[in-house]
Design a binder for this molecule. Structure first.
Ligand SMILES: NC(=O)c1ccc[n+]([C@@H]2O[C@H](COP(=O)([O-])OP(=O)(O)OC[C@H]3O[C@@H](n4cnc5c(N)ncnc54)[C@H](OP(=O)(O)O)[C@@H]3O)[C@@H](O)[C@H]2O)c1
Length: 340
């Protein structure tokens, strides 16, 4: 039984492979899962760089998938052999988000994550994986997928009458593209790469704008929508993108505040939202019930999450570097059981 931990170092926490210790007697409502795959999010780079906020010795990564191998005596939801994925917030099953959930998020600040052979948690923390998804595909969904789902379908009701904008071609953007398309929405994608825009279009994106070669990409989005703008924007950029997002938002539209790709501390001019009757929804991933509804939707619409690169267990550090280079499209995955 192995696990990776983040250990102190001078400028960022180092990823160290070691032995996973026995976790003691199994609680009667707890479940032991043999982890099969994990995926990385931009957040995992932030956690490694957060020397003060991340506990030394933390097991990193929030997103994984595996197979139940043992259940406590009172467990009713699961039995050995079930394929499951842990929810990003293991104790946020449903209802309102509470302050204590923030520190409970897997693989961040103080709560151990999934980059380990065995993962043990309360039975309510898990969501069933549809048969048609591989472990690698399922492992892409707990953070990026749930965030996109929450933004588009729990806090908004995106449908065929809507145009959506996603920023970049990383994990959140590409699953959002797939989800929005499944209900017939038109999706516009921005990217620094014409090659990635071509891939997005081959997946059904209505249009693409290269934000490097077209710095006024908001104007390009307005042109693409006959001056109307887009109904829902997944705001992933932050300070460098916010005012442009507000500029190309349609009247009555929604911005989902999700990302910090260009930094923290956005100070957008929100006055135009007033004249557009627009709104900003803050999104912090989602609940286990959101995750269940996402899984059902992914299954019903035969969506296959985009796994861009897969690394072996011993190549976990390379997976981080691949995410940092940002040459992926969709998700970067680590397989966990290939070392056995
Ligand atoms: N609030 C939440 O609950 C939540 C949940 C998940 C993620 N997030 C946040 O959402 C953001 C995306 O996360 P992720 O895991 O999907 O990231 P990711 O997979 O690492 O994607 C990174 C991609 O973002 C694009 N990008 C970088 N700078 C950009 C810019 N200025 N304008 C437009 N696109 C840009 C690039 O796409 P191209 O290569 O195509 O240019 C890059 O490849 C991050 O800030 C993350 O922290 C928040």
């Amino acid at each position: 039984m192995d696990q990776y931990t983040l250990q102190p170092s001078s400028n960022e926490l180092t990823l160290v492979l070691g032995q996973q210790l026995e976790s003691g007697p199994l609680g009667n409502q707890h479940v032991v899962v043999r982890m099969m795959a994990a995926s990385l999010n931009y957040r995992d780079l932030l956690c490694r760089g957060d020397l003060e906020g991340t506990r030394p010795g933390l097991v990193p990564l929030s997103d994984g998938a595996g197979e139940v191998i043992e259940v406590g005596s009172a467990v009713t939801r699961w039995r050995p052999g079930d394929r499951v994925s842990p929810a990003f917030f293991p104790k946020w099953r449903s209802g309102p988000f509470r302050p204590e959930h923030l520190a409970e998020a897997l693989g961040g600040s103080s709560t151990d994550g999934v980059l380990r052979s065995l993962f043990v948690a309360h039975e309510d923390a898990f969501v069933r994986i549809p048969d048609r998804l591989s472990f690698a595909e399922a492992a892409t969904l707990p953070c990026a997928g749930v965030t996109a789902w929450h933004a588009l379908f729990e806090r908004d009701q995106v449908g065929p009458e809507h145009t959506i904008l996603v920023q970049g071609t990383g994990g959140v953007s590409i699953i959002a593209l797939q989800l929005a398309q499944a209900v017939g929405a038109r999706v516009i994608v921005t990217s620094s790469s014409d090659t990635k825009l071509a891939v997005a279009k081959s997946m059904g994106a209505r249009a693409g704008v290269n934000y490097k070669t077209v710095p006024d990409w908001d104007q390009a989005v307005l042109d693409l929508t006959d001056g109307r703008g887009v109904d829902h924007i997944l705001e992933l950029g932050g300070p460098d993108t916010y005012n442009r997002s507000i500029n190309c938002l349609a009247f009555g539209g929604t911005i989902s505040q999700i990302g910090v790709l260009t930094g923290f501390g956005s100070k957008p001019d929100i006055t135009p939202l007033q004249f557009k009757n627009g709104r900003i929804n803050g999104i912090c991933v989602g609940s286990a019930e959101h995750f269940e509804r996402l899984m059902a939707f992914v299954d019903a619409h035969a969506i296959t999450p985009a796994v861009s690169k897969t690394f072996t267990w011993s190549g976990a550090a390379e997976a981080y570097e691949a995410l940092r280079r940002a040459d992926h499209f969709g998700k970067v995955v680590i397989t966990i059981q290939d070392h056995l």
